[in-house]
Design a protein around this ligand. Sequence first.
Ligand code: FES
Ligand SMILES: [Fe+2]
Length: 391
Amino acid sequence: MLSHEVNESMTRVGRGTPAGELLRRYWQPVAAEAELADDNPKLRIRALGEDLVLFRDGSGRLGLVEEQCCHRSASLFYGFVEDDGIRCPYHGWKYDCTGACIEQPFEPKDSTLKDRVKQRAYPVETLGGMVWAYMGPAPAPLLPRWGQLLREDGVRGIYVQPVLECNWLQVMENSVDPCHTYYLHAHTLMLKGKGNYGAYYYRPIEKMHFEIVEEPNWVGVRKQRIYGGDKAEEEEGHPVIFPNYLLSPQREHIVMHMRLPVDDTHTKVFRYQFTPTVDGSRVEQPVPVPVAYMPPIKDADGAYHMDNFASHDGMAWETQGPITDRARENLGTTDAGIALYRRLLRDQIKRVQDGKDPLGLIRDPQLNEYIDIPVSTGQARVAREGGSVSA
Ligand code: FES
Ligand SMILES: [Fe+2]
């Protein structure tokens, strides 16, 4: 059970809030590169409670600027993308990718006003087909080079989920809550006559292990399930990568769930999927990485259809409330992973408040050549064998 004050400090993401300041120390996934169309390369982005516009100028540079123009606050989303920046649709002020104002068409020629104003802008980088933003204080750490983004022995795709109507921490806590898979996923699908889809999880969980992992180039919580019954198995485990990623085996795929805190009560999930070739052979990688949009988790009448994992999880997270009230919960032994994750989160908030880097930031390029994070292989084996581990 947590006090209202602690709950607020762990969940709110705005500038100046404890968790908001922590999350701003890490690069955040804001879009798939393929979402920036060639003929209209701009996107409206909401991240950490801030309204932003992502654009690619005519020279191929990416910019991420505050949506409201610093002149008189019209939206730059309706602006004109030009060779060297984006021009506001209202009076034509133009900003480059760093937010510098480079033109004010109707100010006097000798005016210094444009040198005295600046549009808020954030550094952006691309890697693995994703666009990443750094919204914290300079100097930015290195963008992590996870193997999931770099490896070439398979096929990758980015699947964007409909924006969830709940706080980011509910989504993350689910990822250190491994016994939820039995009823929420496997049992639900079994009752719907789709048992094969959840069969891997339809086994008695005998034990669960959790540990905080602290490597030089990432931190997180690794969880491991030990299944009993006639299909007993000890998983190798798979991790939450702090602060807002899950790396998870899903049948023959390895999926990195990238959870962007949109604002206090909305979360956007990019499901970054990699499917390794069985023999380890290299695959030609399309540029940009293809992107697709996942279907709604609810029916037209607003009820969760509960036909797939995304709908199950979305139901659980959203029905906990926009920001769940952790003062009313009663944690059990199965919630040990949640306790570990919260401790990690609170410790990192404290480090930032003390003026230190939180754990998991990378500033040494040698630690960032290729970050390999292993995951359980049981699901891939089951998929190769033709499906079910459970009767
Ligand atoms: S409001 Fe943008 S140029 Fe005036
Ligand atoms: Fe789940």
